[in-house]
Design a protein around this ligand. Structure first.
Ligand SMILES: O=C(O)c1ccccc1N[C@@H]1O[C@H](COP(=O)(O)O)[C@@H](O)[C@H]1O
Length: 283
């Protein structure tokens, strides 16, 4: 099965191979990191060869600092039809959830592999995995062939170097379950290509590794984004109603949503359209 074509504008600004993403993120975000030097005065900025000041959004937060268009990842895709609907709506990425200890998203691996194979290259296919060791993670990647892997268990952070060495084109997204200021330290330590800030409770009796529908403290997330030198996705309890606020507060590279588009389990077409409209800012 193949997808209808994705709007040209979306394809052009999203490069699943990754080089473009890194370039976009490392420019403006790296600039923010050096803010103490670069933001003090224009003269000092010139002396230190700082990049131009980021363009601030005039509208409702749809363009984060640096003027990039906010990426959208539609997660918990459950069928080829849902993947097609997400691509048609303009999603930059889709999330496919493998076996998890809890949550609404898991689907069988053969279905994940079929959806990935049918997805156009302009959409980043993200496999969500609860595995923590590199051999098991790599086996999953071989079986399903995603463009990116989302490591939802904090214990998987140690596997990042092995994954990168064995699968150099695979984008690695490390999930940080934001609990408080200590998450800033985890963000600093990460070796992944991208971070994804979520609201799980990995230490609960039945671990929650995502798909909770809960928001976390966005002020911590905003600080992580300010300090980060790599793309940061915001997830956890986003909805069409709160995403504008989330964008204004956190200014992430992209937003990621599961439960907020699934009041009855399946992807709700109207909620998907409202979410895309809120993020893209077409009012
Ligand atoms: O959805 C799940 O079942 C799930 C289970 C374990 C880890 C992640 C999971 N889903 C992902 O969690 C985030 C946020 O979801 P929500 O919007 O708060 O419901 C998202 O990436 C989901 O795909």
């Amino acid at each position: 099965m193949s997808f209808p074509s994705v709007p040209v504008g979306l394809a052009a600004r999203f490069n699943p191979a990754g080089a473009g993403d890194r370039a976009v993120a490392r420019g403006p975000l790296g600039h923010q990191r050096g803010r103490s030097t670069c933001a003090l005065s224009r003269r000092r900025a010139r002396r230190h060869d700082c990049p131009p000041a980021p363009v601030r959004a005039k509208e409702n937060g749809t363009r984060a600092l640096g003027g990039h268009v906010t990426r959208v990842k539609i997660c918990c895709i459950g069928s080829l039809g849902e993947a097609q609907a997400a691509a048609r709506a303009g999603a930059d990425a889709i999330g496919l959830v493998a076996a998890m200890p809890s949550g609404p998203g898991p689907i069988p691996e053969p279905l994940i592999a079929d959806i990935i194979a049918a997805t156009p290259p302009t959409v980043m296919t993200v496999l969500l995995s609860a595995e923590t060791n590199s051999a098991s993670l790599l086996d999953q990647v071989k079986r399903m062939q995603p463009k990116a892997i989302q490591l939802v268990d904090p214990a998987a952070a140690a596997a990042v170097p092995d994954l990168r060495a064995a699968a150099p084109t695979l984008r690695i997204i490390e999930v940080l379950h934001v609990t408080g200021p200590e998450s800033l330290v985890d963000a600093e330590r990460s070796q992944a290509d991208m971070l994804l800030l979520d609201s799980g409770a990995p230490d609960a009796a039945v671990p929650e590794l995502g798909g909770t529908g809960r928001v976390h403290d966005w002020s911590v997330s905003a600080e992580i984004v300010r300090r980060a030198d790599r793309p940061v996705w915001l997830a956890g309890g986003l909805t069409p109603d709160n995403v504008t606020d989330a964008l204004r507060t956190v200014r992430p590279y992209g937003v990621d949503i599961c439960s907020g588009l699934r009041p009855a389990g399946a992807l709700d077409g109207q909620k998907l359209a409202s979410f895309m409209q809120a993020v893209r800012g077409r009012r």
